[in-house]
Every structure is written in structure tokens, then in C-alpha cells.
Design a protein around this ligand. Structure first.
Ligand SMILES: NC(=O)c1ccc[n+]([C@@H]2O[C@H](COP(=O)([O-])OP(=O)(O)OC[C@H]3O[C@@H](n4cnc5c(N)ncnc54)[C@H](O)[C@@H]3O)[C@@H](O)[C@H]2O)c1
Length: 745
């Protein structure tokens, strides 16, 4: 069944069956590599199939690029070829360039990089310039370099079920194999800018709307439809040469139009991306500079700018984040070996967190009972879920039928009626050891012996909570972050008695909910809150030393945090922060907490709880749309006089060091104490749980970029501030050996 075709380039309906015979295995391969085969078909057509040996996906690694070059050279020598069909032997088409090779490439000099890019450009251009037409059958995702290859063919037909796109800007680079040149010529500068600067993946409808692909059909009909287009092109029914001319010629834009499109979008995109993410604007500049040029000249401009952008620290960091994410997912998969199936979940407490967890489970297809002691809370929890789903319906991401299905998967309850049937229970009642212990023990007596129980506590030790249970082996921590639907991280906490099956099931349930789980060992604050509170301690000490909290916020936001520490405390809730700080102080009295009253104590005593009640370090005015507006509150500086000494001279760098050192040293302590296993898990946890700035790659990447000896020197410089700044043995050892936390990079 043909879903749709772009007109007028391709006739609207192709119902005629495909008579072209499939390739005959008896006919010798024109090219037979480990990633690519070229097989002649009947009537002078040739199929070039990507099928990377020993891998589940096709990607542009060095091997594939080299083989493509060789295969295309073979094709160029053929006399009677009438058309080329590009296909994939895997579920995907080509997922992109091999990111694991990126960091090595990015270490090349600019000249070497340009040479490397132009060499691959040459192969893609050779496909475009073949003396016969080419059609790509995009059976599965074609992203980045994979889609850039597609753009070099005469026509693109995609399976209606898949997606295409150019996500390179998400890795701090931009399409460097002709993507900026070809997409702008095929789809217009405005559309190309949107696709390339945004880096999203697009459905066939979106792709056809801008002419990035020419047609979409059901997967089963893809090969036949692509062959039909190829034959029509070869027979002259489709003017493929005219299309090629369009792609290799300058962009059809007059000067005024060009000025408008490029200048306006540069300003808009720069504002959105911010100064730490230069690649989207660089991509627009490349398109602008290349607009009036022929393809090959425009490709050179793309390569030269790419070589500069690829060597920025941002690109290295974002690639490291991508690889770190994959590594963490791999580690998580290893934890799931003994996972028990979770077909029916339960959440205790329908508050901010319980409501969010129930929504998340239901929206990923796992039904869940949401139990609370108050009907009002259940109504609020359901109301919140409906609001979230409504938004998705509004944005066209969900149908009303699917929304109804999701809502029906959440079963609000005031009693424990269904608890005998549930596989996994997440406790998310108020943060009180006593209440949690009572609730957990009650629930344990009602659930199946093999059901797993987890607590979403933010601070209380899992080992301690397990004392209330008869089956502590079936219990673990499952720490979600607020707001649950948006925050990707879930800490799975291993108490002293948690069994591998409990951890495995927690990890698997978190994955099923679309989250990134990190397994950590039990301690106060686990990983994320344990390293966050030393950062807050650094902040409160700076304020006590007379530094204006608004200045600290500004410096830390400029450094890259989405919000400064005062603003963050207001958003978390001063009451919540105050309570958690006391727990942390009790657990780590040598370094956390303060001997005298702090700015947070003052806020707490004055019931300035932050955003939730309209005043904290700042004042908050409700707005019709979006979060409350943050404003300076003139009452606050006067209030803080009670805890502030006369301001010490501090530079912005001092502020950064005094804020970041406590956090990074605590991260190192967590590694030393085996709370967490690897630096990469720490990096990803802070990125996904706290919004650590991605352009810095992670906290240990940040330390590594500074150099461990320099970080050690900074810690020693601030030694008089106390134990929070005391270097760890690990840092000392690494610094002495001139090593980094992430070995080898
Ligand atoms: N809010 C956050 O940012 C955040 C983040 C991570 C973890 N947590 C943790 O999650 C837990 C819940 O926090 P929250 O912010 O959702 O609190 P909340 O006050 O919004 O909700 C708690 C809910 O528990 C219900 N409840 C109380 N006793 C109950 C019982 N015996 N049985 C069933 N329900 C009961 C209350 O009626 C209320 O609806 C706490 O342990 C908190 O530390 C909170």
C-alpha cells in the first residue's frame, strides 16, 4: 500500500506490480565486502546493500566508508548499469557515523580533518554524479551521515514506520558530509535550518512535507516501490538529471531573501542555543556562505567550518555524553539478568512524586494502582496525569483514544484491594522514617512473597528502612527526580540486604518506564543528593562570608548550571532542603552542615519556603503561563545581615571553585567508598539528575579538562574552609601520576 508520494516529482499512484526480478545469487557480486555488497539485478540495475558484518546496525565506520569508496569505484567502471538501488540488510538503514570513532577523528589537526571530510564527500558526490539514477529504500532509521548519504541519491523512498534526520548538533557538531549543502538545496534554506539546528528526528509526513524524501510506503511495499521509481527514472519518466542539477547548483534565493532567512534564524538560534553551544549557528553560517556556490565549493566551506567546530571542547563533551549514556545503559542491562517481570505496578502516595511515577508507568504501558490515604490527593494525582496527557494530545503526539487508554491504566485506590496481585510497589509517602517504616511493613504483609518493594525516599537509608521488613532482600531504593516525566535519572539503591533480583527488577522497571537507572550503594543522600548538599554548603558558606547570593547565582549560571544555587534551593523547596541538610549533617558531621546559623536556616524560620509559597531567596509572582516569575525581594538582603560577615574579596573564579570543589570531591569520595562504580555513572547521574551542563561533559570530564593537578592545587588553596575542601586520596594519587578520572581520554 502506498502511503503517499510527493508531487509532482513522482507520479501519485503506483499500483502496477513490480516485475523486476530480484537479484540472482548465481550472478557474481560486483563488490563483496564486510559492510557492503553490490549485486547486479535484472535489466541493468544494481543493488548496493549495507549490511555490516557482526553488528546489529549499519553505521559509517572507517570500514564502511572505505568499502563504499571501493564499491562506488567499481560501479563507475561498469558499462551497462541503468540504475542503482541502495538498501540495508538490517532493521535500520544507517544510524549515522560511528560515534565511537569520533573522539579520535576530532584529535586530528584542522587540515587533516578537512582532508578526511572531503574524502568522504567525494564518495557521496560520486554517487550523486553517477551516469545513471539512484534510489534509496530507507527501511529503518537513517540519521546523520546515514541520511546525508540518502540525500546524495536521486530519490529517497522511506518506510512509513521509520524516521530520518540530522541530529549532529546534539553532538556539538553539524552535518559534515554534505548535509548542509544538499538539504538546503532540496528543501529550502528555512527547512534545512530547522532540521539541522534542531537536530530532531522526523516522520515520513514531515520529511515529505519539505521534500527531504520523495515518498513513503508501508515497510512491506518499500522495495517494490523504490524499484519502481528507479525504473521510471531509468526509463526517462522521471527527470532525475534535473533533480541532480538542482542539488549541485547554488541555492535558489535572491540576496534579500537570503539575508532575511539566514540573519533572522542566526539570531533566533543563537538565543536558543546559548553561547556554549556554537554548532547550530555555525551550521547556518555554512549554509549562508555556501548558498551562492556550486556544490563542490559549498562542500569545502562545510568541511572547513566543521573541522573548527569538531575541535571545540563542546563537541568533545557532547560526544562523551553520548558515549557515556550508552555505557551507562550497557551497565544497567548487565544488572537486569535476574529481573522479575513487572506487569502490574503500585505506587503508595499520590503526591508530586507518586502521581508522577504512576503517570510514567501508565504512559509506558504498565498498569499501576495509585494508593493514598486522602481522596483529595488521588484526585490531584489523576488531575496531574490528565493534564500531562492533554498537553501531548494538544501537540499531536497522542490520540485521544491512546490518552484514554493511558488514564485507564492508573487505578486510584484508598484501600489495598489489588495489592495481592502487584509485581512491584514504589513507596512515595511523606519523608519520615517512622511513617515509611510503618507503611512498608503494612504493605509487605499484603503483597506476594516474590513482589519487590522499593522506596522513593530522597535521603533515608535503605538499610535502615529495611529493618522494618520481614523480607529485606525483596526491598531496594528507587529514587526518581522531580518532575518525574521530565527527569531521565532513577537511582536504584542497594541496601545491605537487597538481593540481586530486587536490584535487577528495579533497574528493569525503571528502563521500562523509559528512564536511565544507575545502581548505587546505600548511604545518606545516595549519590546525587550526597554530592548536591556539599555544593549547597559551599554556597551557604559564601553567603556567610558576605557574598551576594544573586552574584553567586549569576556566576554559576554563566558557568553553565541551568539555575544558580539560591534559585535551585527555592525550586527544590527551602523546607525540603532544610530537612535533607539535617540528614546529611547527621550522616557526615565532619564536613557537612554548619556550626552557626545559615541563610537557609533564616529562610526556613521565616517560612520562606521558596517557589512553593511565593518567597524564598527571591520573590515569585504567578504568571498566566509557565513557572512563577522570579524577582529580587528587597527584604532579603536586610534579613541576611543576621548571618553575613563583611564581604571578603572573592573573584568569580573563587566562587566557582568554592561551589564546585565540595561537589567534585564528594563525587570522588563516592567512588572511593564504592557508592558508585565508575566515573561515567557519576557524570551521567549529575547530567540527568541535576542538569549538570552537558557542554562540560560531566563532572569528572570537567575535572579531567582542568587537569587533576590543577584541581588539587585549587582544593589546597581553599584548605582553610574545612573538610569539605579536603582533597581525596584518589585525587592526590591521580594528580601525582598526572592521570585523569576517565582513563585513556
Ligand atoms: N518532591 C520531590 O522533589 C522529591 C524528589 C525525590 C524524592 N522525593 C521523595 O518522595 C516521597 C514523596 O514526596 P512528595 O514530594 O511526592 O510528597 P507529597 O507530600 O507531595 O506526597 C506524599 C503523599 O503521600 C500520601 N500519604 C501519606 N501517608 C500515606 C500512607 N500511609 N499511604 C498512602 N499514602 C500516604 C499523602 O497523602 C500524599 O499524597 C518522599 O519520600 C520524598 O522525599 C521527593
Amino acid at each position: 500500500m502506498i502511503v503517499a508520494w510527493n508531487v509532482p516529482r513522482v507520479p501519485r499512484r503506483y499500483e502496477e506490480s513490480i516485475s523486476m526480478k530480484e537479484q540472482d545469487p548465481a550472478v557474481a557480486c560486483l563488490y563483496n565486502g564486510k559492510a557492503i555488497q553490490c549485486l547486479p539485478m535484472e535489466n541493468g540495475f544494481v543493488e548496493l546493500k549495507f549490511d555490516l558484518e557482526g553488528d546489529s546496525v549499519n553505521k559509517f565506520n572507517t570500514l564502511t566508508i572505505n568499502e563504499l569508496r571501493e564499491a562506488v569505484n567499481v560501479l563507475k567502471e561498469q558499462k551497462d548499469v541503468r540504475g542503482l538501488l541502495l538498501t540495508s540488510g538490517k532493521d535500520c538503514f544507517i544510524v549515522g557515523a560511528d560515534v565511537t570513532e569520533f573522539l579520535q577523528h576530532f584529535k586530528k589537526t584542522e587540515d587533516e580533518l578537512v582532508e578526511w571530510l572531503l574524502a568522504t564527500d567525494g564518495v557521496f558526490s560520486d554517487i550523486e554524479d553517477l551516469p545513471f539514477p539512484s534510489v534509496v529504500a530507507i527501511n529503518g532509521v537513517a540519521l546523520g551521515g546515514g541520511f546525508e548519504l540518502c540525500l546524495s541519491a536521486s530519490y529517497r523512498i522511506m518506510s512509513a514506520e521509520t524516521k530520518v534526520g540530522l541530529p549532529e548538533t546534539k553532538l556539538g557538531i553539524f552535518p559534515g558530509w554534505g548535509g548542509t549543502v544538499r538539504l538546503s538545496r532540496l528543501s529550502g534554506a528555512d527547512n534545512a535550518i530547522e532540521w539541522i539546528a534542531g537536530g530532531e528526528q522526523y516522520s515520513c509526513t514531515d520529511a515529505m512535507k519539505i521534500g527531504a524524501v520523495d515518498g513513503a510506503v508501508a515497510a512491506a511495499d518499500l522495495r517494490g516501490a523504490a524499484l519502481k521509481v528507479l525504473r521510471d527514472a531509468a526509463d526517462g519518466k522521471l527527470d532525475w538529471k534535473a533533480r541532480r542539477l538542482e542539488k549541485i547548483s547554488p541555492l535558489k534565493l535572491d540576496k534579500i531573501e537570503a539575508g532575511m532567512v539566514f540573519e533572522i534564524s542566526k539570531a533566533f538560534v543563537a538565543g536558543k542555543a546559548g553561547p556554549n553551544y556554537p554548532s547550530p549557528v555555525a551550521a547556518i553560517e555554512v549554509m549562508q556562505k555556501g548558498a551562492g556556490l556550486m556544490r563542490d565549493e559549498a562542500l569545502k566551506i562545510e568541511a572547513v567550518t566543521f573541522a573548527k567546530i569538531a575541535r571545540t571542547p563542546t563537541a568533545a563533551s557532547l560526544v562523551a555524553v553520548f558515549l557515556g549514556d550508552q555505557m551507562v545503559k550497557k551497565i544497567a542491562r548487565k544488572h537486569t539478568k535476574e529481573a522479575r517481570p513487572v506487569k502490574f505496578g503500585a505506587v503508595l502516595g499520590a503526591g508530586i512524586m507518586g502521581g508522577g511515577i504512576a503517570y510514567q508507568s501508565a504512559s509506558r504501558g504498565i498498569p499501576v494502582v495509585m494508593k493514598d490515604i486522602a481522596q483529595k490527593q488521588l484526585d490531584l494525582g489523576m488531575g496531574e496525569a490528565v493534564k500531562l496527557l492533554d498537553k501531548q494530545v494538544e501537540r499531536g503526539k497522542l490520540t485521544t483514544a491512546k490518552m484514554a487508554e493511558t488514564v485507564a491504566r492508573i487505578k486510584p485506590a484508598l484501600t489495598y484491594g489489588d495489592f495481592g496481585e502487584v509485581d512491584f510497589i514504589v513507596e512515595a509517602v511523606v519523608e519520615s522514617e517512622k511513617i515509611k517504616k510503618t507503611v512498608l511493613a503494612d504493605v509487605e504483609s499484603l503483597i506476594r512473597e516474590d513482589a519487590i518493594l522499593a522506596s522513593n525516599t530522597s535521603t533515608i537509608s535503605i538499610t535502615l528502612l529495611a529493618e522494618a521488613l520481614r523480607r529485606p532482600e525483596n526491598f531496594c531504593g528507587m529514587h526518581f527526580f522531580n518532575p518525574v516525566p521530565r527527569m531521565p535519572l532513577v537511582e536504584i539503591i542497594r541496601g545491605k540486604k537487597s538481593s540481586p533480583a530486587a536490584i535487577a527488577t528495579g533497574v528493569a522497571y525503571a528502563q521500562a518506564m523509559g528512564k536511565t537507572p544507575i545502581v548505587v550503594n546505600d548511604c545518606a543522600g545516595f549519590l546525587v543528593n550526597r554530592v548536591l548538599f556539599p555544593y549547597f554548603d559551599g554556597f551557604l558558606k559564601l553567603v556567610s562570608d558576605g557574598v551576594d547570593f544573586k552574584r553567586i547565582d549569576k556566576v554559576m549560571e554563566k558557568w553553565g548550571w541551568p539555575m544558580g544555587p539560591a534559585y535551585l534551593l527555592d525550586v527544590v523547596g527551602i523546607d525540603t532542603g532544610h530537612h535533607a541538610a539535617a540528614v546529611m549533617k547527621a550522616a557526615f558531621p565532619d564536613r557537612m552542615g554548619h556550626d552557626s546559623k545559615t541563610a537557609m536556616d533564616l529562610m526556613f524560620e521565616a517560612t520562606r519556603f521558596g517557589q512553593k509559597n511565593g518567597k524564598g531567596f527571591y520573590a515569585y509572582a504567578p504568571q498566566k503561563k509557565g513557572p512563577p516569575k522570579k524577582e529580587a525581594d528587597p527584604a532579603v538582603p536586610e534579613m541576611l545581615n543576621a548571618v553575613q560577615r563583611a564581604e571578603k574579596e572573592v573573584t568569580d573564579q573563587d566562587i566557582i571553585d568554592r561551589m564546585m570543589l565540595p561537589m567534585l570531591l564528594e563525587c570522588s569520595r563516592c567512588l572511593e567508598e564504592d557508592i558508585v562504580s565508575t566515573p561515567v555513572e557519576v557524570d551521567i547521574s549529575l547530567l540527568y539528575g541535576l542538569g549538570f551542563p552537558p557542554f562540560r561533559g560531566g563532572i569528572f570530564r570537567y575535572v579531567d579538562a582542568l587537569g587533576t593537578p590543577n584541581v588539587l592545587a585549587a582544593a589546597e588553596k581553599h584548605a582553610e574552609l574545612g573538610k569539605l575542601y579536603e582533597p581525596t586520596t584518589q585525587l592526590r594519587d591521580l594528580a601525582k601520576a598526572g592521570k585523569t578520572f576517565h582513563a585513556g581520554v
